[in-house]
Design a protein around this ligand. Sequence first.
Ligand code: FMN
Length: 293
Amino acid sequence: MSGTFRETIRVRRSTRRYADRPVPDDILAHLLEFAARTPRLTDVPLRVTAVSGRERVARILARYLGVYGLVQGAPHLLVGLIAEDSDRARLDLGYVLEPVVLEATRRGLSTCWMTGSYHPERAADEVERGPNEVVAATVALGYAREDPLARIHDGAVRRLVAAHRRRPLEEIVFAGKWGVSWSPEGADPALVEVLECARLAPSAENRQPWRFVVESGADTRLHLFLTYPSPIDAGIVMAHVALAGAEVGWDGHWALRWQDPALSGAVSAPPGALPVGTFSGSPRRHEDTKKNR
Ligand SMILES: Cc1cc2nc3c(=O)[nH]c(=O)nc-3n(C[C@H](O)[C@H](O)[C@H](O)COP(=O)(O)O)c2cc1C
């Protein structure tokens, strides 16, 4: 195991071809246990379980859905179940499952988030479920295949969705009010690092729907909005902010303000921007961080 979450965020990428190499049981058990104790944003019951075995996983993965094609050879599938079919539950699932993806990456594993390329009803058949539990997302898990054919396939899909591309911070961050330009030049380095880690988050079809409004003061606040409703993507980017924030000494926490018009009003967000929540706290100065160690 190696690397901080910030380093891991920079190397993680979606993998769609997996090697015929089993994941040790203790690592899989660790990841499920990690999911169970990851902090939450809501009290909606949710959990992460795993389907193991190439054939069982292949039965769940879809062949010809959209741009992605087949995710092949994954020995495990993490399955996210929510006990309430709501946006809030999906958001929280993103918040819980993304740290597991990063923890897996830290341990040398590869992953691919999937909300499209699988059959939800087949996934539901393969796991024990409570009466109200719904499968909301899956993550392929295993070791990446490194041969040239696998690289060609992964490369082709990545080009199709421009997976390597991320919008620059200047495009997704505003200063104080919606539409007011913000620049990393001269901004607090801790804040810039947290925003950089947010920018690198994965999103469905790499659409990067998140926008931030930064309110600076004694207490820095990051208000999060979405350009279209995609609660899992929101949860994922919120996890990146919280994990990177903790590592740079930003003692912050998220307050969920899902679809709260007061948040839109406070920063003059346009009607199309969906309010999600506010991360607040003070990025501690470097000297403070050292003092408090
Ligand atoms: C919520 C979510 C759903 C996704 N669904 C799929 C999917 O169904 N099939 C797939 O091949 N990739 C899927 N992806 C992977 C994205 O295409 C990928 O994260 C994005 O292109 C950025 O590339 P990267 O993860 O390599 O940085 C999904 C990602 C997220 C976050």
